[in-house]
Design a protein around this ligand. Sequence first.
Ligand SMILES: [Zn+2]
Length: 102
Amino acid sequence: MIFVLIVKVQIIINMPKPVFITNYFTTVGCGVDRVSTCNLCGKDYNRPSGSTGSLRNHLSTKHPEEFEELLGLERAGAEAEVQRLASKQTQKSQELRHQSKF
Ligand SMILES: [Zn+2]
């Protein structure tokens, strides 16, 4: 159970930003057969290119509340990424300072 949770958290952390939109859709197939179905109303979208534009459009017009939630998730994700990069940077400069002592 805990293992599953850790894997899930890692998947969320490793995913690129557009992934949040796919939380609201179930996607099957790939390439020209790729179809995403809205989890909220069941509308199907063919997405041969894999782009999420039509999905975002659907969510923003048909499910504005969920779209707001999505924007919040994306903001939080972006902030987490900025913090991650910032802490990496700090670590590096500390390493450099350490090395220059010798
Ligand atoms: Zn829908």
